[in-house]
Design a protein around this ligand. Structure first.
Ligand code: F6R
Ligand code: MG
Length: 366
């Protein structure tokens, strides 16, 4: 348990059934989550909550005093998601069974299906936060904007204009599949950092700390899993939480990094590369070729644990250009059909093993 003065901000994300196909979420499922979390707030188990969704992923934003990876909080969210799954199954929404493990809850949501981004901090005099939530985008998708936000003065003027930020930020980077992590500090080790995190499938930026006092600045969600044909597969849709202003990047500096719709892995069948399109909440429905990948941004002021918001941060015509560019890039990439580099070099789906089995006798030695 954390000290009473510390607040925990947790964002949980799960796919518990698509409407229609893998495109969007059904309002009745969202209502189920709201009802459950409302009851938890009434009982004093959590401070506040907000339920959003991006594409077919539901996002539960929760404030509480229990610390990160807390058993009771995770159990409460697990039970909420079970109720959502029941609602979803009743409506026969698509793939309602994929997003949550069938195993019994044993203390943490990690490895059970949902993704979780959690940070603990002492609430400042004023605590503005921005939460980015994506759909059809792989977990390494935040590496590029994170570098821009916390290490590139061409994006974040505060890195050279705000004395607190002059010393830069440290990036905790996970080496995927190796069970290892490393902390690299920018600007001093910016080249080492870039040399790793440019490989977005291999190295994943996970947490950012401010160098001047080690205060937490940003966290990225853990991998989310879905089960298909008895196999757990890493699923797209990461979220990222940012504390903003007064010694952290301004909200506008976080948002600025998303004005370039960079290419990410994910999209159709988690097997394609495409531009990450920044959209207001109501446009987070990736219908063209199940995409292109989307990102929404929710801004909150956190006030004594209350979530004041959300403000729909991409509801701004200044992002129309990014959306248009993402549309043009979509048009260009789609013309490649089943060819790389539109087709990802690590497609989740592949019929090749099946085809190789069928054709094995016909391959001749040369
Ligand atoms: C990608 C995604 C969708 C599905 C696609 C095929 O994350 O959710 O693009 O992969 O619609 O879905 P299935 O295999 O369920 O028919
Ligand atoms: Mg889905």
């Amino acid at each position: 348990m954390a000290g009473a003065s510390k607040l925990t901000l947790s964002v949980f994300t799960a796919d518990i059934g698509g409407f229609v196909g893998h495109i969007s979420s059904h309002p009745e499922v969202l209502d189920t989550a709201k009802e459950r979390l409302y009851n938890s707030r009434e009982k004093g188990l959590i401070e506040d909550f907000h339920v959003l969704r991006c594409g077919d992923d539901i996002e539960m934003i929760v404030t509480h005093r229990n610390g990160v990876n807390d058993r009771e909080t995770h159990e409460l969210v697990w039970n909420t998601l079970q109720a959502c799954r029941e609602e979803s199954a009743g409506l026969k929404l698509y793939a309602a069974e994929q997003g949550l493990s069938r195993e019994a809850f044993t203390g943490s949501l990690r490895g059970m299906g949902p993704g979780a981004a959690e940070m603990e901090f002492i609430e400042r005099t004023s605590e503005p936060v921005v939460i980015l939530m994506s759909n059809k985008a792989a977990i390494g998708s935040w590496n590029l904007p994170l570098y821009k936000i916390f290490a590139d003065p061409f994006n974040t003027s505060g890195l050279i204009l705000d004395p607190i930020m002059l010393e830069g930020f440290s990036f905790k980077v996970l080496a995927r599949g190796e069970g290892r992590e490393i902390v690299l500090s920018a600007p001093k080790e910016a080249h080492y950092l870039l040399a790793l995190i440019g490989s977005t499938g291999k190295y994943i930026v996970n947490t950012i700390f401010r160098n001047s006092d080690c205060d937490i600045s940003a966290v990225i969600s853990s991998s989310k899993f879905r089960v298909k044909g008895g196999t757990a597969m890493e699923e797209s849709t990461p979220v990222a939480i940012f504390r903003c202003q007064a010694g952290f990047p301004a909200t506008g500096e976080v948002m600025e990094a998303l004005s370039f719709p960079h290419l990410v892995e994910g999209w159709m069948r988690n097997s394609h590369n495409g531009p990450l399109m920044p959209v207001p909440f109501y446009e987070a429905n990736p219908t063209r070729f199940d995409g292109p990948p989307r990102v929404i941004a929710a801004g909150f002021q956190i006030t004594n644990g209350r979530l004041i918001g959300p403000h729909d941060m991409f509801d701004d015509p200044a992002f129309d250009g990014a959306r248009r560019l993402a549309g043009e890039v979509t048009e260009y990439l789609r013309r490649h059909g089943p060819f790389q580099p539109h087709l990802s070099s690590r497609p989740e789906y592949s019929a090749v093993p099946f085809i190789m089995e069928k054709l094995k006798e016909r391959f001749k030695k040369i």
